[in-house]
Design a protein around this ligand. Structure first.
Ligand code: ADP
Ligand code: NI
Length: 204
């Protein structure tokens, strides 16, 4: 893979995200890409492979495509951009395992895939993760807080307990595990402050 191919892959990915507000936009993709490169350099992984995997990691997300399974968009883009068959298959196998689905048993085969999975999870944590969660919840017409009358209904705050607070324990690489600490603590501080303000409101 060369620089020209990578540039072409990036613009193809951009086209797929046009008009998406579920948090799968090019800004997210580029943040994941930058974080993944940082991790790859520390972990001694292949940087180009990491970049391409990051650029394509969400192009087949079921929230975008409406279906779950094969990395079809990624395969099309890789073919179109002239990536050889074997490398393309390897990248697609990794992409198919990156998404979080509950328990974290989906681990990509290669270190580059595992790094992108870490970078993707880091982008769901910390200040950015908090912002994305509230944007997503608003988009899905969810409330800010769990509703006592509708127990079990999803809300922005319940998502922290369903997913976000579990992510720091799911990192594949030591580098990402360290990066996750600060973001995890920031989310806990945010939830504490939220509680404190809610309590004050009750008193007043
Ligand atoms: P990705 O695959 O890029 O991690 P997801 O599809 O899991 O993205 O989610 C996109 C963003 O929206 C993430 O920041 C995630 O935490 C947030 N999100 C996902 N599901 C919910 C939900 N039910 N409520 C609130 N936020 C959510
Ligand atoms: Ni993602």
């Amino acid at each position: 893979m060369n620089e020209k191919m990578i540039r072409q892959i990036k613009s193809e990915a951009k086209l797929i995200f046009t008009g998406d507000y579920s948090g799968h936009d090019m800004q997210h993709t580029m943040r994941v890409c930058r974080t993944a490169v940082k991790i790859a350099e520390k972990e001694g992984a292949d940087v180009e492979l990491t970049i391409v995997t990051a650029l394509l990691h969400d192009v087949d997300d079921r929230k975008l495509t409406g279906k779950q399974g094969k990395a079809e968009n990624a395969a099309d883009i890789l073919r179109k951009c002239g990536v050889d068959e074997k490398t393309a298959e390897k990248i697609c196998r990794n992409i198919e395992r990156i998404s979080f689905h509950g328990t974290g048993e989906n681990v990509p085969e290669d270190i580059e895939g595992r790094i992108v999975q870490d970078a993707d999870r880091l982008d769901a944590m910390g200040a950015i993760g908090i912002a994305r969660t509230f944007a997503y919840a608003g988009n899905k017409k969810q409330r800010l807080f769990p509703d006592e009358e509708n127990e079990g209904h999803k809300s922005a705050v319940s998502h922290f307990y369903d997913k976000l607070l579990k992510l720091s324990g799911l990192m594949n690489t030591e580098t990402a595990r360290q990066m996750a600490q600060e973001r995890h603590c920031f989310m806990l501080a945010f939830l504490d402050e939220l509680d404190r303000e809610m309590e004050n409101e009750k008193d007043g």
